[in-house]
Design a protein around this ligand. Structure first.
Ligand code: PBG
Length: 335
């Protein structure tokens, strides 16, 4: 038998509506407040100059050449957005995904250009291999089609070091390889980058909500899927175990992804770990809102603010969102 949970006895005649009477009272008692500084905007960078190639699956977003990424970052900084996270579309791909760690890899080029501008934005680099491998998996493939965990670690660590060298404040390993946080921490420290932080995609599930991203980043696996390394969305306890491992391995920030379908992971992470908790409102979450708003089925502005408020109320202090610029703009307008 489980012990009875004490329930607060409602006061007869209680009138919660007293605190909903006017905009001023509602503002006074509002529990969850959003701030542009908590948002991180994803940017996709590609080679070239002066290029903004619109991404069909992510309205309002484009693949940017490094100079255009700098312009976009200036705009985001002007809106008070907290940071950007970079994803790369390399010139060419190979089996190993060397574009992720070579000195003049596309993300490294963009980071150098951004670092030079010295904007008040946190520069985050997604650390993964799927955008750079010819087969689209997050590490080198073995003969049987599975991803070789420990070889992937060496490559991820090399990518993180290259990103740190190019100016990343934070590296964000997203490959879901076992031991990736420890390998990256050791390698960063070994190369003199002990001040570079790690935001670990800790509880990242094999989700259908990454669809639009894979079109944007051209990173869909050529064969098979990612269920051999990303988590089963059905598992909550395993998510907490993944997070505990990442904290033990040296993660500075824990990231839950996707956000909407895993609000319980966000709340559990907030209750259990004393590190900042981030949530990624992924491409599919944004696409659903954008598509429904485009059809006039929902009010896109209100629905997006409501979804992000829910993510923050659940416990996220940092939200990566394709709506970051819109959110920052709306919050300014509403002030
Ligand atoms: C790289 C990575 C992915 C996303 C973030 N980092 C794609 C994937 O795992 O397939 C998805 C982000 C989004 O959908 O917005 N591994």
């Amino acid at each position: 038998m489980t012990a009875a949970i004490p329930v607060e006895v409602p006061t007869p005649g209680a009138r919660p509506r007293r605190l909903r009477r006017s905009p001023a009272i509602r503002a006074l008692v509002q529990e969850t407040r959003l701030d542009p500084a908590m948002f991180v905007a994803p940017l996709f960078v590609r080679p070239g100059r002066g290029i903004r190639e619109p991404i069909g699956s992510l309205p309002g977003h484009a693949r940017l050449s490094p100079d255009e990424a700098v312009r976009e970052a200036e705009r985001l900084a002007g809106l008070g957005v907290g940071g950007i996270i970079l994803f790369g579309l390399p010139e060419s791909k190979d089996e190993a995904g060397s574009g992720a760690w070579i000195e003049d890899g596309i993300v490294q080029q963009a980071l150098r250009a951004l670092r030079k501008r010295d904007l008040p934005l946190v520069l985050i680099a997604d650390t993964c291999l799927c955008e750079y491998t010819s087969h689209g998996h997050c590490g080198p493939l073995r003969g049987d089609g599975s991803v070789a965990n420990d070889e992937a670690l060496d490559h991820l660590a090399a990518a993180a070091v290259a990103q740190a060298r190019a100016g990343a404040d934070i590296v964000a390993p997203s490959a879901m390889m076992d031991g990736q946080v420890a390998a990256i921490r050791a390698s960063l420290d070994g190369h003199g980058f002990e001040d570079t932080a790690i935001m670990a995609y800790a509880a990242k599930t094999a989700s259908a909500f990454y669809g639009p991203f894979r079109e944007a980043a051209d990173s869909a696996p050529a064969t098979g899927d990612r269920r051999g390394y990303q988590m089963d969305p059905a598992n909550g306890r395993e998510a907490l175990r993944e997070m505990a491992l990442d904290v033990a391995e040296g993660a500075d920030i824990l990231l839950v992804k996707p956000a909407l379908s895993q609000l319980d992971h966000i709340a559990a992470a907030r209750a259990r770990f004393d590190v900042p908790i981030a949530a990624y409102q992924v491409s599919g979450e944004y696409a659903m809102l954008a598509a429904a708003a485009e059809r006039g089925w929902i009010d896109g502005r209100r629905a997006t603010l409501e979804a992000v408020t829910g993510i923050v109320r659940a416990g996220a202090g940092i939200v990566i969102s394709y709506a970051a610029a819109d959110l920052a703009t709306w919050l300014r307008e509403d002030r």
